[in-house]
Design a protein around this ligand. Structure first.
Ligand SMILES: [Zn+2]
Length: 116
């Protein structure tokens, strides 16, 4: 799932609330482009199958700031592809009308050839 690796990384740095804590907002910091601040909470799954952030548990609302470079180093040390976050897919385009389209990750494809 998107963000799982980032949440695992944040759990090593900070006291992230237990349970299904998920990120609902991410923002690159305007004065320090290497850092990103994410907001998250535990929220129930709504009738449409998506998280209902309006029903977030206020006790679990937290924001955390992390360094993109350090997160990349962490992923490399855990064998996770930095380009696709280990999903094997990268986003080609994303729009409200057509949804998100993906293509296979070049970096992972190259690694698979090298590993053979
Ligand atoms: Zn990849």
């Amino acid at each position: 799932m998107l963000g799982e690796n980032l949440i695992a990384y944040l759990r090593e740095l900070y006291r992230v609330p237990d349970g299904e804590w998920r990120i609902y907002q991410a923002e690159v910091n305007c004065f320090d482009h290497d850092t990103t601040t994410v907001n998250g909470s535990v929220a129930p799954i709504g009738k449409n199958g998506r998280r209902d952030w309006s029903q977030s548990d206020p006790e679990t609302k937290r924001f955390f700031t992390y360094s993109s470079d350090r997160f990349d180093e962490w992923r490399k040390s855990h064998g996770i592809c930095v380009r696709c976050d280990g999903t094997g897919q990268v986003v080609v385009s994303s729009s409200m009308k057509n949804g998100t389209t993906y293509r296979p990750c070049d970096a992972c494809a190259r690694k698979a050839v090298l590993d053979e």
